[in-house]
Design a protein around this ligand. Structure first.
Ligand code: FNR
Length: 465
């Protein structure tokens, strides 16, 4: 008798447990999107919107005017910050963990007491009517259809009330540019509250407009053509400022020389201004509105003292966008703000600025685990979102990709872009062994070989043991 035989007799064999069954209905948004695409493919239909970010950008460029392309795709100076944003994300590698039963995945996050289906917001993008008429409404409807919050831009092309109405119950935030007129700031804040915004994002990195060669070389600033002023021209305080301006002078500015360009600009202003285009063409108001805007926007004097007044001026959670230095982030929270967006405005402001994804871990370290920290600038895919969360973000804002979707296929195009990002996020998280964002004590390791061959490591708690 062998030892094995003896052991077998002493301990009767125990049948192995059956493998755990997949929970019903656990496909998730990733599987659902793949299903839709592959089933349509079997019928000979391909997605209208390319699923890979570079293809999306190329397709958008083909459909956009040169002006629109310059304004949306362009960045500050040599474009170094835009490249750095991508390089900083590419520099990290996800190290997937295996055998964690990822059948049931919960991508949702809670921000300021609201639960959203994924850690992705549609970021504020001004003057998007350069790309498509009714751009804001199309983006709003697309965001609402997938349940992701849309951050209305202060430089939007539709009044926030109209955009909110297009979203039904869809979640929305409002982004504020602090103008020189404090009453206008209060007016925007009040309107945002009444329009159902769940937070106000104050963008700090645009107190001056960055040096943008692609726009400069085309002599292009959409606002001068009256585009992106809808929040202003629909505002009672702003209208008052325009009337005051008109009352002060017979001429609302220097007289225009009549050139084809000037006529085009006048036409664009008159179309963008509320009311009938024909009446606007004969009115001095549209031009006075542009001049008033240029006077009020934006505010280079903005300081911590301004921000300190916000708590008294709105009941909405306050999020500061454009924070890159850990000390600024710390100071923001000390002052009582509710969140920060680590962002360099998609590389549109300071050429050679630190990449947002590079700044993020230091900001997170400085403010601690409990503060709300969001990231944008360079996010192009679901895998990027996973990296951003691993580096310390609670959620990300999508910038250019939704505009590219808009250019390719309007509202449907934006929806497809959002669905694709969330689908890839779902599949990447699952394949990396992550089933939700904040449970459990175990750590997921992300490592990367940076150019200096240093190994960076970042940790993010994952659930499931
Ligand atoms: C922007 N961004 C921006 N931000 C903001 O706070 N208010 C705004 O009105 C605008 N407008 C705007 C227009 C366009 C055409 C672009 C591309 C961007 C910045 C935006 O919210 C976000 O920070 C960046 O787009 C993120 O970078 P990526 O992901 O686009 O590279």
């Amino acid at each position: 008798m062998t030892v094995d035989d003896a052991g077998a007799r002493a301990l009767p064999p125990v049948p192995p447990p059956p493998p755990p069954r997949a929970a019903p209905g656990s496909g998730g948004p990733g599987r659902a999107r793949q299903d839709a695409v592959y089933r349509a493919g079997a019928l000979g239909r391909r997605p209208r919107v390319p699923t890979d970010p570079a293809g999306l950008e190329r397709a958008a460029r083909r459909r956009m005017s040169r002006d629109a392309w310059a304004y949306v795709a362009g960045g500050a100076g040599s474009g170094a910050t835009m490249r750095a944003n991508r390089a900083a994300l590419d520099a990290w590698a996800i190290v997937p963990r295996v055998l964690r039963d990822v059948t049931a995945r919960d991508l949702s996050v809670e921000l300021f007491g609201h639960r959203y289906p994924a850690p992705v917001l549609v970021g504020p993008v001004g003057a998007a009517a350069l790309v498509a008429p009714d751009a804001d409404l199309a983006i709003a409807r697309a965001a609402a259809s997938v349940g992701l919050p849309y951050v209305f831009s202060n430089q939007g092309c539709a009044p926030m009330e109209q955009t909110a109405a297009a979203m039904g119950d869809g979640p929305r935030w409002f982004q504020l540019y602090w103008s020189k007129d404090e009453e206008l700031v209060d007016s925007f804040l009040g309107r945002a509250e009444r329009a159902g915004a769940q937070a106000v994002v104050v963008t700090l990195d645009t107190t001056l407009l960055g040096w943008r060669p692609m726009d400069l070389d085309r002599g292009l600033l959409p606002f001068v053509r009256g585009l992106g002023l809808a929040q202003y021209t629909s505002d009672p305080r702003f209208r008052e400022l325009v009337r005051e301006r008109l009352a002060r002078s017979e001429q609302p500015g220097r007289p225009l020389r009549v050139t084809p360009g000037a006529v085009r600009t006048l036409l664009a202003m008159s179309r963008a201004y509320p009311g009938s285009t024909w009446a606007n063409l004969r009115s001095r108001e549209p031009r006075a509105a542009v001049e008033t805007f240029l006077d009020a926007y934006s505010n280079p004097a903005l300081s911590w003292d301004h921000v300190a007044t916000l708590r008294e001026r709105t009941r909405l959670p306050v999020v500061l966008k454009g924070v890159l230095h850990p000390d600024d982030a710390r100071r923001a929270f000390d002052l009582g703000v509710d969140g920060v967006v680590v962002s360099n405005h998609g590389g549109r402001q300071v050429d050679g600025a630190v990449a947002a994804a590079e700044a993020l871990p230091r900001v997170r370290e400085a403010v601690g685990a409990d503060r709300t920290v969001l990231l944008d600038s360079g996010i192009r895919s679901g895998a990027d979102v996973v990296k951003a969360l691993a580096l310390g973000a609670d959620a990300v804002l999508l910038g250019r990709p939704s505009v590219y979707g808009l250019a390719v296929a309007g509202e449907d195009g934006v929806r497809e872009v959002l669905e694709n990002v969330v689908a890839e996020l779902d599949l990447t998280a699952g394949l990396a062994g992550v089933t939700n964002w904040d449970d459990g004590a175990e750590l997921l390791l992300h490592a990367c070989f940076s150019p200096g061959r240093r190994v960076n490591v970042a940790y993010r708690p994952v659930s499931n043991q």
